[in-house]
Design a protein around this ligand. Structure first.
Ligand code: ADP
Ligand code: MG
Length: 259
């Protein structure tokens, strides 16, 4: 699904790399959390996968397509199969839930008719299925700006789903939500991932959530991968290494026991 080799991303020639990954691959159907302190390169990693940030050097292949060398048309096709979810939801506030989710079809539908709001029957059907899947039928005709944070993030998940994605990228999808809503949104993302056997790569601020909702964890520090393994193998001392020294009370609940 995703193959990365000798990747280096710099924001400015003279700056140190924001991301430097020798080799990394993610298989179809994996549910991966990227963790690390602020500035570790989590967002850069996700933006790179989406093709928003061009590497200084190295290669990213997604679904067999070299993201930065393939012909434009092929890259667009791959891009449409990647849904992205942000911390701040990024919905159009004055549009309804239904209209926001339909926007997920923009890349797939014929451009001019869709810009005029004329989506075909198939696009409308796919968008409606996505709304049903995330449980927003009752709110479908309400404007996005009237919804709570948790509801807005559900809309963002539905919009990503409307792309019929092979890969869902989520950059701190629950950092703006209270703990209960955060758990609900991560639950939803996990269900969606499993149901569609899609690949999910999300950055999470709280390692505990990463352990609870991801199967594989990638730990970034200063743009480098310092841990990559099954969630259950992440120990307190590895965590200290990723977050730098200080003892962190990460495993203080019953679920993670004595690690
Ligand atoms: P994270 O998401 O883990 O907090 P980021 O990927 O946002 O980390 O940032 C990684 C590094 O790249 C940081 O040092 C940050 O300051 C730098 N950086 C990120 N985006 C930009 C940008 N648009 N311009 C310049 N530097 C950036
Ligand atoms: Mg970030």
């Amino acid at each position: 699904m995703v193959t990365i080799e000798h990747l280096e991303v710099r924001y400015g020639k003279d700056k140190p790399p924001a991301l430097a990954i020798q080799s990394l691959s993610i298989a179809k159907g994996e549910r991966v959390a990227v963790i690390g302190p602020s500035g570790a390169g989590k967002s850069t990693f996700l933006r790179c996968l989406k093709g928003y940030v061009e590497p200084f050097q190295g290669k990213i292949e997604i679904l067999g397509c070299n993201l930065f060398l393939a012909p434009r048309r092929q890259r667009d096709r791959i891009n449409r199969r990647m849904g992205i979810i942000y911390q701040q939801f990024h919905l159009v506030p004055g549009m309804t839930v239904w209209q926001n989710v339909l926007c997920g079809r923009l890349g797939g539908a014929r451009t001019l008719p869709s810009l005029l709001g004329l989506f075909g029957k198939r696009d409308r059907q796919i968008a409606w299925e996505a709304i049903c899947e995330v449980g927003l039928v009752d709110l479908a005709h309400q404007k996005a700006k009237t919804l709570s944070g948790g509801e807005q993030q559900r809309v963002a998940v539905a919009r990503a789903l409307a792309q019929r994605p092979s890969l869902i990228l989520a950059d701190e999808p629950v950092s703006s939500l209270d703990p209960l809503r955060a758990a609900e949104v991560l639950e939803l993302l996990s269900e969606v991932q499993a149901h569609h056997d899609t690949t999910l790569v999300m950055s999470l601020h709280q390692p505990r959530l990463a352990i609870a909702y991801a199967k594989r964890i990638i730990g970034l520090k200063d743009g480098r991968v310092v841990f990559d393994g099954p969630a259950e193998t992440l120990t307190e001392s590895i965590m200290e290494g990723i977050y730098g020294g200080k003892k962190l009370l990460l495993f203080d609940d019953a679920a993670t026991g004595s690690r």
